[in-house]
Design a protein around this ligand. Structure first.
Ligand SMILES: [Zn+2]
Length: 574
């Protein structure tokens, strides 16, 4: 009997899945008395849209789910070394999988100062002083998001008001709109900006009307005078950013990310550095979130030459897709549209160089596809999306659905293109938060008719399209609960659409959760490993403060994560 038990344990350690009905044995962790939404189909036929099975308890062993069932059934797995957590009736779900983040950038944003909600100049100065105390001497303070219009006297700040609290650190803080920034005296000195410096073309150095000394505020092109002297982050700063990002992921219940590393051409880019850092974190045992790395499509040949293919790596760090751009964004009117923008007649946006002409895109997609690398393409405008569907169909032929091509954003679609996502099995990788953010001004740009088939996740699901959810963090907050809220309510941030901006596109809680778990897992070929709570799957589980299914929609955003479990290990407890 003991021998049998040892044998069973050895088999488990080797990753062999045991047939159902095996002898219960000591679990590492057992969660009991919960309301656990497994995400697994409830019915034998495995209908994707059937309500998911709900269970009370889960047993976890060797980083994976061992069994699910009633609390009583799971008690059978409690041994002398088992940790038991009583969920006290709270809801647990599979860990959230964010299908689109820029993780290191997000980490850097957490380290930077955010002055969005300052209500006065005095508070502005005070918060900058507090932040300065946390920085080593010489380290730049970046961030900003300030808006002097929100202060009682609406006066532009100056370097003189912040110099006193930042004696040892150069400071460069952007206005919320990016069209101005404030530097302190130290930063101006390092940049060589003086009274004698001329305004650059397209920019203004704001000056004191009497002394003509620069006040520290630099507008538009003048911002670059200082921005260009800010040093590239050092390796230890990258590590600090990763740690900050991981802490945020644990706090909000994100257990996996599909991470788009910074663009290869940007001066801040260090893709190999990023992989090295993630690998070091994994070996060091502090990588508490799983990474599927998505790299620039321009590198597909180099990846192929190096024999790096999709899925290579470990449970925590995998080589994923390559990504390219078909067009720009709605905000900047660079999304590629069939018809002109409603507020800019004559402008239909434009394709990115890779998409111009589409044959160029097709060559890159075909190249990557041929060597088995997954392809994800950013497409926002209806024209960019339609052209990409053509490209994918040409490249994939009868095999298109199996390639799991992805369109990142899939934001504005012609109604006739929506069913094509389903037919071709092209993944719509969408960010619900963008809809409640852009929904404040989107109709001005594209008008009512085109807005009807924008952020059209309901229509996409009904057309059988694979749907994956994410955030584009740091463009939107990493918190998936806000994404679920956005998908379910479509209530724009300005409060103008409490019943939902195009409410017919709202999702049910269950549909939103599926997109954010198994939908994202599918988008990375990982649906057999994660995305639901089922025996054999990785034990990534999140416990919530309240039941999402019974919370009134407007209260969803107040639900918070109370426990995050990654690979059977509790990594966060509120
Ligand atoms: Zn992005």
């Amino acid at each position: 009997m003991l021998l049998l038990a040892l044998l069973l344990m050895a088999l488990t350690n080797m990753g062999v899945t045991l047939p159902a009905g095996e002898l219960p044995r000591g679990a590492d962790l057992v969660l009991t008395h919960g309301k656990i939404w497994t995400g697994e189909p409830n019915d034998a036929a495995g209908q994707r849209m059937a309500p998911a099975a709900s269970v009370e308890a889960v047993a976890i062993s060797n980083r994976r789910i061992l069994a699910v069932g009633t609390s009583e059934q799971m008690h059978a797995y409690v041994g002398p070394n088992t940790q038991e957590i009583d969920l006290e009736g709270r809801m647990a779900i599979p860990g959230f999988i964010d299908a689109h983040v820029h993780f290191i950038q997000g980490g850097f944003q957490l380290l930077a100062i955010d002055l969005k909600n300052t209500r006065s100049e005095a508070e502005f100065v005070e918060r900058i002083g507090e932040k300065a105390k946390t920085l080593k001497p010489g380290r730049w303070m970046e961030g900003g998001n300030w808006d002097e219009e929100a202060w009682p006297d609406a006066k532009l700040p100056t370097r003189w008001i912040i110099d006193r609290v930042t004696p040892n650190n150069p400071v460069f803080l952007s206005r919320y709109d990016g069209h101005a920034a404030l530097a302190n005296t130290l930063a101006l000195k390092l940049a060589g900006v003086t009274k004698e410096t001329h305004d650059p073309a397209g920019g203004v150095i704001v000056r004191d009307p009497h002394s003509l000394e620069p006040t520290g505020v630099l507008k538009d092109a003048a911002e670059d005078l200082v921005a260009r002297v800010i040093p590239r982050p050092r390796q230890d700063e990258f590590e600090e950013a990763l740690k900050a990002g991981l802490a945020e992921a644990r706090r909000v219940g994100v257990t996996s990310v599909q991470d788009i590393s910074v663009d290869a051409d940007s001066p801040n880019s260090s893709f190999t550095g990023e992989i090295e850092l993630l690998r070091r974190a994994e070996v060091g045992g502090w990588l508490t979130c799983r990474f599927y790395e998505i790299t620039p499509i321009a590198r597909w040949q180099r990846l192929a030459d190096a024999g790096l293919e999709r899925g290579m790596g470990s449970d925590f760090l995998k080589m994923g897709a390559v990504k390219g751009f078909a067009d720009g964004s709605l905000g900047s009117r660079t999304a590629w549209m069939f018809d002109p923008f409603s507020d800019d007649p004559g402008n239909r946006g434009l394709p990115q160089p890779l998409m111009n002409p589409p044959a160029k895109m097709e060559a890159a997609v075909a190249g990557a596809n041929q060597v088995g690398i997954q392809v994800a393409i950013h497409a926002i405008g209806d024209r960019a999306n339609a052209e990409m569907l053509d490209v994918f169909a040409h490249v994939g032929g009868a095999d298109t659905a199996r390639r799991r091509f992805r369109i990142e954003h899939a934001q504005h679609l012609r109604p006739q293109d929506i069913p094509r996502f389903g037919k071709l099995g092209v993944i719509a990788s969408m960010q619900p938060y963008h809809a409640i953010d852009d929904g404040r001004w989107g109709e001005k740009r594209i008008g009512h008719e085109r807005a009807r088939s924008s952020y059209a996740w309901r229509s996409l699901l009904e057309a059988g399209a694979p749907l994956a959810f994410g955030t584009d963090w740091p463009v939107a907050p990493l918190d998936p609960v806000l994404g679920v809220y956005a998908a379910v309510t479509r209530a724009t941030l300005d409060g103008k659409h409490p019943e939902g901006w195009f409410p017919e596109q709202r999702l049910s809680i269950e549909q939103a959760l599926r997109a954010y778990t198994q939908g994202s897992a599918y988008a990375a070929f990982e649906e057999k490993e994660k995305g639901t709570i089922a025996p054999g799957k990785l034990a990534d589980i999140v416990v919530l403060s309240d039941d999402l299914f019974s919370a009134p929609p407007e209260k969803i955003k107040e639900v918070r994560v109370v426990t995050t479990i990654v690979g059977g290990k509790v990594v966060f407890r509120f």
